[in-house]
Design a protein around this ligand. Sequence first.
Ligand SMILES: Cc1ncc(COP(=O)(O)O)c(C=O)c1O
Length: 382
Amino acid sequence: MKQKSYGYSRQYIDQDDINAVVEVLKSDFLTTGPKVAEFEEAIRQYLGVKYAVCVSSGTASLHIAAICMLEKGDKVLTTPISFLATSNAIVYAQAVPVFVDVDDQANIDLNLCEDILKKDSTIKAIFAVDFAGNMVDPKGLMYLSQKFGVKILEDCAHSLGASFDSYKAGDCSFCDVATLSFHPVKSITSAEGGCVVTNSETIAKKATILRNHGIVRDSSAFIYSDENPLYFEMQELGFNYRLSDVHSALGLSQLKKIDLFLNTRRNLAKKYDKAFSNTPIRSLHKNASASYHLYVVRVNFKELGKRRADIIKSLKSNGIMLQTHYIPINAQPFYQKMGYDPLETPKAIEYYNECLSIPLYVGIDDSEQEFIIDAIKSEILY
Ligand SMILES: Cc1ncc(COP(=O)(O)O)c(C=O)c1O
């Protein structure tokens, strides 16, 4: 019999999701049809924001948001502990990432941001990431944006559904733009997909144009005129970052289940918290209303006298696939070649050397979680 394997995360698809996709496949529009607007409206309602512009991936949402927010050469504070897409988007927009070290939750350290902003008035924005589904303190971000006049982007790829006091990830009450990802491991999936959310009409309009090659079809916004009723204008250098109706239908169906998904993830997390309490396996998570995109543990392998590499390999042979989220971005060869030095963010390196993401997704049952806990404990502790 084939051994069951457990990745760090995966999608949960039910018959309603399949029916929603099949319905679109049988309809007239596979793309640029009505499902995209329906999905956008559902996101708008869920987050309580004015505008939601769906695009083909979380990376596309970051790219478009970066173009809307930044000018060439702008310096942007961001975190080394994220997926590459966050800082890559800054580079795509010909702006300059400034990597800030991380706090105890491996989120960008807002105290260090303040120190840098006090010294460098040329910094224009902060691209903050709600790592693992733990939100960066909204009040802290608001304080920095008001005090130093910097724009704020909240990368909510991990945090759709999370809250922090009265703030909801992506509600745009404390940031200019938030970006979402609907990759299969995220809170909800559209297979691939993303969204730019904002309360700014200007940004929403520009994002809508940029996702479709920079094309404008509304005659009242034309720069030139032409009597051809099929005339359109390309006013910006845009992209094909459209989300299809097939993907939108899946996303829409998944969004209806988000509360169920979040509760399940939070319950699994609670069991892990209990299982690892009073052990050298330390949970990264402190906020019960996080979205738990990941369940990250930290272990001081040196102190324990063990090699993380051996543990990863051994658990893999038992079907438990761990991950290390993330290798600090400023340690990547591309960034080091640009002159960045990971030693400038020592807490990010320390975090990276200790982190492990363990399986957390809808579909793990009680006995499977017991099996995972026992296997991890016996590898790491004994
Ligand atoms: C923090 C973060 N931002 C952005 C992205 C990019 O999203 P996508 O894979 O949908 O392009 C990811 C993807 O994993 C991510 O983890």
